[in-house]
Write a protein of this length. Structure first.
Lengths: 414, 1003, 109
């Protein structure tokens, strides 16, 4: 495989780029793998990548029923931050954020991680106190955040309106090394790197059954035949319930629609990511110039990838209050994804009742930012049976009453 | 040369000249022009720059599909970027600026990208800009962001207003061309309520330009006659300038009406968003012509053949004087004929089909137009405008047979039905080989709440491209949809449209078929985003085989036109590269809106002060008049404090606390939730709802209660008063009233539905005023009317009576530790009571206090506050509230949850008081650290601050917190690092700082 | 944007009038239940692709809770019925069978 660089692009330009080969191979499935990962989204591919990179396990297949990166990886608003309150969350998201810092170099694929900074606005006294608490927690967790004044918010976001008649901006929690990345590139970069390690990424291959013997996994049935494996990682987000059902266990997961939208592209006017949780809106500007806006999640089970328009109305209304200049911009496109919500809105990275089957799901509205950290922890969990990054996120917690609740700091898990 | 033609232009009024400016240059058009037609009339071929390479861009289309002619309109608070010139109606004083160039449209530094285009193929940025790491944020990204982005960002607050409409219709017809008109008529005649919306200002769509006859009439006459018929039907509503923006589940349709964009001086809202609930939807949205992929097809002056015809017929504009037409189908001959009639030189028709076209070709021939069959364009050359065309054989690599100088090229690659609205809600498509297009698959229509189809495509949008077929299809669609909506179609004759004998189209996805790579790298698919045939081929070669991969890798179809011109051509290019049939490669999903709609319209009226409802207590105006600073609590506003004579808020709070503790204070407590629970089973119900026993409470008495979620966590608290044997009044927190009431109803309706209990949220029916402090009784006695003595009304009792002549319910409850009365009064008399209390209290030094003084006083007393000591993860047992948990009850909501292993874990953090060693105030939200770090390298912690205040009563900082084994560690000192690096030290103490024995409240 | 018919007041209610309430026909487990029973009662949720029974409240209307039988793939509504029941009424189950033969949901079919 050709290494990517400006020199390589210049060299290939001489032949009008007809010399580039495939970014990842399109192999036929082998009869057996050490590990099968179901789901070639960001989390699944990252899991495979770190299995190879950190543990030397490369006899791995990643099975994908559609096209790689075609689920929530390519449908989210690409926000990366780690300013979480609870220790287990801060640990995995900060690991992830730190990995994003060098991901382009690590993968030799530009994922355009842009540490432009993330502000979470405080617009009520309650939120002020919640974010001050988070700032204290972050300092002890090794997450660099800072409580900032309204004046500093205005300096960072000149287009913001601090004095909204209903919810004036009282300050913000600022994470300078949070930011965004190019979502598709994350999936593509991991896929290319996995393929280069000899792993098989098999698209258009739907798992139709999980074969077990004596409480242990033996392999999977797929639309491209049966494949044996020692270990099975299920990383399929909104479809987790269906796969768990095949493996014979239930999950505390419900799948709902979450929406996002973008404006037409305009010249740069906002250099940071702004999240306003009181009014339920968050916005950043992509490198193309589009204002990327996250909307609310529906409260009912839905697999249509279409949400209800009133969420879009509410979000846009809130953002016009916060950024009055966007009123004359136009919505270019809205879309929906299926997000998997757990009982405490925190993810599940866990062993399951079936020996050899591991599950990674429940990222809800905030999975993109966690991709590298989730893959890192999940790979360790699969390879070694436990990982400090994932231990707190086990399925047991729902029985024990040991929840990881991030909504407590008035923040919502986006 | 692009100019106005004499004696043409059915939509313009030459007697009404209109002045406008483009890039500061003053120009003239006519009433009825679009900005695009007026620019062309002024020979303004160059209108913008492309996204990536900053290539010169001219107008390509005449409608919503235009990818190039995007301008900034207006100035200051009415400035709007990325407005389409082709859908902008010209008005006097319009100012437009072209976009994405520096320093000027004619000379753009960014165009250097174009010279390096070969080094910047699709997806090049994924392969480059990787090293050094810091360069992405500081060098590469700022450069990329600056050169992308199209229009400028508005700077000012929007001066315009917007509104929402709500409409119900049996049938919505989207599109006012002949198909939409006929479908609306057929449906309207059944008596169904029909709403017909059209995105432009004109009815009839393309028919008047394309010609033919309907029922022996010119299309224009038929349109006028049909409009008259529709307007005469009381059950039919017509709306022009109203685009069908999106079709959503269960028949929800969004209409986007542009009310004043064409006449900004008009009063009223600028846009109106129609939220329509439709029984049935007909999409009569027409079809869009496709470009042809040949080298140089992006040079200004290369235009869709239908658009060139539109400009000539509708606006009397000739985009060129010497035109070459290139096509793979018969429709482009209409353009050749129309141009010829308008006196324009049509140099050639290059028909890629070896055997040419049908009747229209013969007609063109008869007009003396030269037609070359089996020919193609090898390459168009020209910088900012077409200069010449190299002609080659379609079946070849592009060796030029001749070169012809010209100034415009009209191209037609066939037509694609506008299937967007059909697809928004799940409608599927089938590939039509004959016309080489996707059309709606009637067997897989979007389905509604009842599982039946609710969208019907009609006319060209349904793939019926000829006039006769369009009308017949629309008529059938109108009748069928009305029938589905429950109406009986009437047997009315279908209008007959003329039929032209057309030769079949031959798909041409690359021109010439075997074009060399140098040509493919100049053959544009997406004009705005600069995606060429070679880019899609590169994506396929690199394994981005799914159409979604290709689209995202190359950015094909992701520009502001959302691929209206490029999608099918890109898909076909991909399918050829993969060697698969087009329907196997698939199609991308169409997302709303059809064309971009303003955020202002989406938000509607709710902005500024009416952004969200504001809840006001009966005493709100008094607070406002007395300088209260506000704290939003839910949708309420509560006074935070009342600064006097230039006090800081902090000083005001300190004064309020001292005054209340030393004399008397009053608080507007009206926002506290008040829920009436009544019925024979009310006591039993409240026993399950609260952790403590409520059924044993005696009428006339009050009891403090805790409410947990079924998951065990403390969710609300408040005082319950028993009114009589069957009636309880439950107080909740301000923020909790609505959801606690809903919580009660949920359990009553869905679990214990056979119990006889009735609940009512009476929060807003009562005003409530707390009179607090050692002199509280004296104030009430001054008002007079009822016995407020300790004997008659002891602590935790209540009584009905009158005070100052006003009927009240008086509670002896206290959240401050002082002698305290809470007076409930009918809301309408809340202000009167407040005023009388203020008067009566004056001599006792009574002052109002706000929420912050309230918080400090409760913290001095060690009372918990929902939202401070609780955060959704705390159980009553954590807070030393075991006394409020009944041991006798078998069950209450949360009881089973609190028995789980993590809830009974002795290492759960417990509530304590915290006293700083230096008397200062602990930082809000600080954590107490322990030795060492955890497995993830995070500092170990052993507690946290939940509330922290400066206590004016104690003259020092006080705090409450949750600490590991806290109650067993009295006197121990903990360290709380601040975010500023300073460490505060605090001693663990009892959480009750003030009046530990409760002597003051019990007097 | 769903429309559900409130079985109490008969109104075809817009989604914005309604509050969703999750899975229907849950059996409450209280003190005395095992850890597993209690966990499943609170957290294990049906999450089918297809027929689903769920709770709604006509929150900005008559205030009543009701149940809806709905398809999560097409959003088709098979029927709504009052919440005061422990299983879907026969008429609703038959209506579903007519459209989705062979459906099952928990112990119902």
């Amino acid at each position: 495989m050709k290494r990517y660089s400006a020199f390589a692009v210049a060299r290939e330009a001489l032949s009008y780029h007809t010399g580039w080969g495939r970014a990842w191979r399109a192999p036929e499935p082998k009869p057996r793998y050490d590990v099968i990962i179901v789901g070639a989204g960001g989390h699944g591919l990252a899991t495979a990548y770190y299995l190879g990179k950190n543990f030397g396990i490369t006899n791995v297949a990643v099975l994908e029923k559609g096209w790689l990166g075609g689920g929530n990886t390519g449908r989210n608003t690409t926000i990366i931050r780690s300013n979480y309150l609870q220790d287990p969350s801060a640990a995995i998201y900060e690991k992830s954020r730190a990995l994003y810092e060098n991901l382009s170099q690590d993968l030799n694929y530009n994922v355009m991680f842009s540490p432009r900074g993330v502000i979470m606005l405080a617009q009520t006294e309650h939120e002020v106190r919640g974010y001050r608490r988070t700032a204290h927690a972050n300092a002890l967790q090794g997450v660099t955040t800072e409580w900032i004044s309204p004046a500093r918010v205005k300096e960072l976001v000149p287009i913001i309106n601090l004095d909204g008649p209903r919810y004036p901006v009282l300050g913000g929690l600022w994470q300078a090394r949070g930011g965004t990345a190019r979502h598709d590139a994350v999936a593509w970069g991991y896929a290319r790197a996995c393929s280069a390690m000899g792993m098989d990424i098999i698209q258009q291959c739907e798992v139709t059954g999980v074969r077990r013997e004596g409480g242990k996994v033996m392999g999977v049935d797929t639309t491209r035949g049966a494949i044996d494996c020692d270990k099975l990682g299920i990383v399929v987000a909104g479809h987790s319930g269906v796969l768990a059902d095949m493996a014979g266990f239930r999950l505390p997961i419900e799948s709902v629609a979450l929406q996002a939208l973008v404006s037409e592209p305009i010249k740069p006017c906002m250099d940071v990511v702004v999240m306003a949780n009181t009014v339920h809106g968050y916005m950043s500007q992509s490198d193309k110039g589009e204002m990327v806006i996250g909307g609310g999640a529906d409260g009912y089970n839905n697999y249509t990838q279409r949400g209800s328009f009133h969420h879009v109305e509410e979000t846009v209304r809130a953002l016009i209050e916060t950024f009055p200049m966007i009123s004359r911009l136009k919505m270019l496109r809205q879309w929906g994804g299926i997000v998997d919500m757990t009982g405490d809105r925190s993810p599940i990275l866990s062993k399951t009742p079936v020996e050899g089957v591991f599950i990674n799901c429940g990222w809800g509205t905030g999975g993109f930012k966690a991709i590298p950290g989730s893959g890192w922890g999940m790979a360790e969990l699969i390879a070694k049976g436990h990982s400090p990054l994932t231990d707190a996120f086990s399925l047991d917690r729902f029985k024990e009453g040991r929840f990881i609740d991030e909504s407590v700091a008035a923040g919502v898990a986006h | 040369m692009s100019t106005r033609i004499a004696n043409q232009g059915r939509l313009i009024d030459r007697s009404k000249p209109v002045r406008f400016t483009f890039n500061g240059k003053s120009l003239q058009g006519y009433a009825g022009d679009t900005l695009a037609s007026a620019l062309l009339a002024n020979d303004q071929m160059l209108v913008g720059r492309s996204f990536k390479y900053h290539r010169p861009r001219g107008i390509v289309a005449s409608g919503a599909e235009e990818p190039n002619a995007l301008v900034g309109l207006g100035q200051g608070e009415t400035f709007e970027p990325n407005q389409r010139a082709t859908t902008t109606e010209l008005f006097d004083g319009l100012t437009a600026q072209s976009q994405n160039h520096w320093p000027s449209l004619e000379f753009d530094i960014g165009a250097v990208n174009s010279a390096f285009a070969r080094f910047l193929p699709g997806g090049f940025y994924y392969k480059t800009f990787i090293h050094p790491r810091a360069f992405w944020k500081h060098v590469y990204e700022p450069f990329i962001r600056q050169s992308a982005g199209l229009g400028k960002a508005p700077k000012d607050r929007d001066a315009d207003t917007y509104e929402h409409f709500y409409v119900f219709a049996d049938l919505v017809v989207i599109g006012g061309g002949v198909a939409g008109l006929q479908a609306a008529k057929a449906a309207g005649e059944t008596g169904a309520r029909v709403l017909l919306i059209e995105q432009t200002a004109h009815w009839g769509g393309r028919a008047p330009v394309d010609g033919g006859e309907i029922d022996g009439m010119a299309p224009e006459d038929w349109i006028a006659q049909t409009l008259d018929a529709l307007r005469a039907m009381p059950n039919v509503t017509l709306r022009a300038r109203c685009m069908g923006s999106g079709v959503y589940d269960h028949g929800y349709v969004l209409g986007y009406e542009r009310l004043t964009d064409h006449a900004p001086e008009t009063a009223g809202p600028r846009h109106r968003l129609w939220r329509i609930r439709a029984g049935q939807v007909i999409t009569a949205t027409g079809a869009i012509e496709r470009p042809l992929s040949f080298a140089g097809n992006d040079v200004p002056g290369v235009m869709l053949a239908s658009a060139m015809r539109d400009y000539a017929v509708n606006y009397g504009v000739a985009p060129g004087r010497r035109v070459i037409v290139v096509t793979n189908n018969d429709d482009a001959y209409r353009t050749a004929i129309a141009l010829k009639r308008a006196g324009i030189d049509v140099l050639r028709v290059l028909d890629a089909r070896t055997s040419g076209g049908g009747a229209l070709m013969e007609e063109a021939k008869a007009q003396g137009i030269r037609i070359d069959c089996g020919r193609a364009i090898a390459k168009v050359t020209g910088g900012k405008r077409v200069a010449k065309v190299a002609i080659c054989a379609q079946e070849g690599q592009g060796a030029a047979l001749e070169e012809v100088a010209c100034d415009a090229v009209a191209m037609s690659g066939g037509w694609s039905p506008v299937v967007h609205l059909w697809s928004h809600c799940g409608g599927k498509l089938i590939w039509d080989d004959a016309w080489a297009m996707f059309r709606p698959d009637p067997a897989r229509a979007p389905t509604g709440a009842d599982g039946r189809p609710f969208v019907t495509a009609a006319g060209a949008a349904n793939g019926e491209l000829t006039l006769g077929a369009t009308l017949a299809d629309a008529d059938a669609a109108g009748k069928a949809a009305a029938k589905s909506a429950g109406f009986k179609p009437r047997r009315i004759r279908t209008p007959q449209g003329s039929v032209t004998d057309e030769a079949p189209l031959v798909p041409v996805w690359l021109m010439p078929r075997a074009a060399k790579v140098e040509l493919r790298a100049k053959a544009w698919l997406d004009y705005q985003n600069d995606v060429k045939v070679s880019d899609v081929q590169l994506a396929a070669r690199e394994g981005y085989e799914s159409v979604e991969h290709t689209k995202r890798y190359t950015t094909l179809g992701m520009a502001t036109d959302q691929g209206k011109l490029s999608n099918i051509n890109g898909l076909a290019t991909l399918s050829e590269a993969l060697g698969e049939a087009i329907p196997q490669v698939g199609t991308t999903t169409f997302r709303p809106p059809y064309t971009p709609i303003s955020f202002g319209a989406i938000a509607g009226e709710a902005r500024g002060a009416v952004f969200q409802p504001l809840r006001r207590t009966p005493i709100h105006d008094w607070h406002e008049a007395h300088g209260a600073t506000w704290e939003p609590v839910g949708q309420w506003r509560r006074p935070y404090t009342y600064p006097q004579n230039g006090e800081t808020p902090h000083d005001a709070v300190m004064r309020e606390v001292r005054n209340t503790r030393q004399a008397v204070g009053m608080l507007d407590a009206s926002t506290l939730g008040k829920i009436l629970v009544r019925g024979p089973d009310a006591g039993r119900f409240l026993d399950l709802l609260y952790t403590n026993m409520m059924s044993t409470l005696k009428p006339g008495k009050c009891r403090y209660g805790l409410m947990c979620s079924e998951n065990g966590f403390l969710m609300d608290d408040g005082v319950v008063a028993r009114i009589d044997e069957e009636t309880f009044l439950c107080h909740t927190t301000t923020g909790g009233a609505e959801h606690i009431h809903a919580h009660m109803e949920e359990w009553l309706q869905t679990e214990w539905w056979d119990w006889q209990v009735y609940t009512a949220n009476v929060t807003e029916q009562y005003a409530q005023i707390a009179v607090v402090g050692p002199k509280a009784r004296a104030v009430l006695e001054k008002l007079g009317g009822m016995d407020v003595s300790k004997e008659t009304l002891p602590f935790m009792a209540w009584a009905d009576g009158t005070l100052g002549g006003i009927g009240v319910r008086l509670y002896r409850i206290s959240f401050s530790g002082e002698l305290s009365y809470e007076i409930a009064v009918r809301a309408g008399q809340g202000r009167a009571l407040w005023d009388r209390l203020t008067q009566a209290g004056a001599e006792f030094g009574m002052m109002p206090y706000g929420t912050e003084a309230l918080h400090i006083m409760r913290a001095e007393k060690g009372f918990i506050m929902i939202g401070d000591e609780t955060d959704g993860t705390v159980i009553p047992q954590d807070l030393g509230l075991g006394w409020a948990i009944s041991k006798k009850k078998e069950d209450y909501l949360g009881k089973r949850a609190q028995q789980r292993s993590h809830m009974t874990d002795p290492t759960r953090w417990k509530l304590v008081g915290l006293e700083t060693l230096d008397g200062g105030v602990l930082p809000d939200g600080a954590y107490a650290v322990a030795e060492g770090t955890n497995a993830n390298g995070q500092r170990n912690v052993q507690g946290r601050v939940t509330s922290t205040y400066q206590s004016p009563t104690l003259g020092r900082g006080i705090a409450m917190g949750l600490v590991l084994h806290g109650p067993d560690r009295m006197g121990e000192v903990l360290e709380f690092p601040g975010t500023d690096g300073k460490i505060s030290k605090a001693r663990i103490v009892d959480p009750v700082f003030y009046d530990k024995d409760g002597e003051k409240q019990n007097v | 944007m769903l429309i559900l018919t409130c079985p109490y007041c008969g109104v075809d209610a817009e989604e914005t009038e309604l509050a969703p309430g999750g899975e229907a026909h849950l059996k409450r487990f209280g003190p005395g239940a095992s850890d597993e029973e209690f966990r499943d009662y609170l957290f294990a949720r049906e999450n089918p692709k297809g027929v689903h029974f769920e709770r709604w409240r006509h929150a900005h209307g008559c205030g009543k809770w009701f149940h809806a039988a709905r398809c999560t793939m097409t959003l088709e509504v098979f029927g709504t019925y009052p919440a005061q029941t422990t299983k879907p009424p026969k008429a609703i189950r038959e209506a579903i069978t007519a459209k989705r033969p062979g459906w099952t949901w928990r112990e119902f079919e």
